[in-house]
Write a protein that binds this ligand. Structure first.
Ligand code: FCB
Length: 454
């Protein structure tokens, strides 16, 4: 048996976002979108979500009992400025003071995201991030937050610019659900600029704060191994999805397909750390990659994640723990910044699988440590089951189950206790059985090519 150990100052916690848990965010564009028939699977609407807005104290007490040391959450922009950028809602200001103060009182460090997919309807109606001149509203909001919440020392600017741009403007699953490749690129560019400007604004107000962008990085692999066109498709998908953003952060160059190019020097030094959201390996074929890029694919991006062999999660994803190490290594090599895993989780009703998932991914983090990489924390997605965007309430990612029919009753799952044990022990013993399983999975996925019998 080997003990997988974590440094004493490594932070363990969980991650969430306002619209997915709070409930009744009636002034944002998601709420509006959910009213459309078939916008969300099974006709679900976020509604009261987990009623976390009213139950945050109870929820944070649970995190404390579960030994969490940090918590990632987002501040809902549409609660601060529900009707216009000029009219501040003081109730929201007080509410989020109580939220962060409660966390701090419990010894749980808050990591606050300023944009996690939801925006006030008025902002969406003026074109949201499609129009560069609108960025000033987001920046003003961020400046307000930095001035108001000095007790917050860790800020995430934008959550997953690549997911937001592609899901809202290419795949058209998130509002405003437009299929327009040109707009997708414009939005991505504007989000990067918004991030760079938000970074500067926060640092001016709070020079001692740590600020970083949150990237979603899938690992892309060729659907047909060894096929040169599939390999090319995987590289292309990776460049479009991960490469463009990484290059922008590294060099300040925003380099888009068809030769579009802009340089913004301030992007080069716009992160104190980088947040990594890691979930999935995706398999690319020329058909899927090109069709997505050209925006012709009919919401069948799920085709990206299957080879046919692997066990899929409730959200239809193929887990691939080793990919976490690959992403950390790439970020380390390309950006050389401290890293936090700001999201990593699994939607499943098999809670034992969740426990294994966490261990397997943490093992990859420990490997990164052993190679000298600066990984400072891990946030499981999510502490609660919640409103999973277009999937509705069906996928259960939570360490804690929520019974929506029964007064939002919370039930702590065994995986949450297992995770708590890891936090207390600063690591875990890796069992022989697990190692054998891993070898078997690798062999089944074709990663290990068996030697020919002589
Ligand atoms: C990420 C999102 C998060 C949640 C997880 C499952 O892409 O940031 O809000 O939906 O996926």
């Amino acid at each position: 048996m080997a003990f997988i150990r974590f440094p004493d100052d490594f932070l363990f916690g969980a991650s969430s976002s306002a619209h997915q848990v709070e409930g009744n965010n009636v002034h944002n564009q998601w709420w509006d979108f959910e009213q459309r028939e078939s916008a969300v699977k099974n006709g679900h609407k976020s509604g009261a979500a987990c009623d976390h807005y009213n139950r945050f104290e109870e929820d944070f007490d649970m995190l404390h009992a579960l030994k969490h040391q940090a918590h990632r959450l987002s501040f809902e922009w549409s609660r601060f400025f529900p009707e216009s950028p000029k009219k501040l809602n003081h109730e929201a200001v007080e509410h989020y003071h109580r939220v962060v103060d409660k966390l701090i009182l419990l010894g749980i460090t808050p990591f606050v995201t300023t944009f996690h997919f939801s925006m006030p309807l008025w902002f969406a109606q003026m074109g949201g991030f499609e129009r560069e001149e609108n960025l000033r509203h987001y920046i003003a909001f961020v400046e307000f937050l930095a001035e108001e919440y000095k007790q917050v020392k860790f800020w995430n600017t934008i959550n997953e610019p690549n997911i937001y741009a592609s899901f809202a403007y290419l795949i058209a699953e998130y509002p405003p659900a437009k299929k327009n490749a040109r707009l997708a690129l414009t939005v991505l560019k504007n989000l990067l600029k918004a991030h760079g400007q938000a970074y500067r604004v926060i640092k001016e107000v709070q020079p001692d704060a740590q600020v970083g962008l949150v990237l979603h990085m899938p690992v892309f692999a060729p659907l047909r191994k060894g096929d040169v066109w599939h390999k090319f498709a995987a590289r292309l998908a990776d460049w479009m999805f991960n490469g463009i953003v990484l290059e922008a952060l590294k060099t300040g160059n925003i380099r888009f397909p068809a030769g579009l190019f802009e340089h913004h020097d301030y992007l080069r030094n716009s992160n104190d750390f980088i947040g990594l959201n890691y979930y999935v390996r995706m398999f690319a074929s020329p058909k899927h990659t090109v069709a997505t890029a050209l925006n012709m694919l009919d919401a069948d991006h799920s085709a990206f994640v299957r080879t046919g062999n692997e066990r899929l999660t409730q959200s239809g994803w193929a887990t691939y723990p080793k990919g976490l190490y690959k992403c950390l290594k790439r970020l380390h090599n390309e950006l050389g910044l401290p890293m936090y895993i700001t999201e990593n989780g699994i939607a499943t009703d098999d809670d034992e699988w969740r426990s294994q998932f966490i261990r397997k991914h943490l093992k990859q983090v420990a490997k990164a440590h052993s190679k000298g990489m600066d990984v400072r924390g891990y946030f499981y997605w999510s502490n609660l089951d919640n409103f999973e965007w277009t999937y509705g309430f069906e996928p259960t990612f939570g360490l804690i189950a929520v019974d929506y029919e029964n007064d939002f009753k919370r039930t702590i799952r065994q995986s949450a206790w297992d995770y708590a044990q890891i936090i207390v022990d600063r690591g875990f013993e890796e069992e022989e059985k697990q190692r054998v399983e891993e070898i078997q999975i690798e062999a089944a996925s074709g990663e290990i090519i068996p030697q020919q019998a002589k």
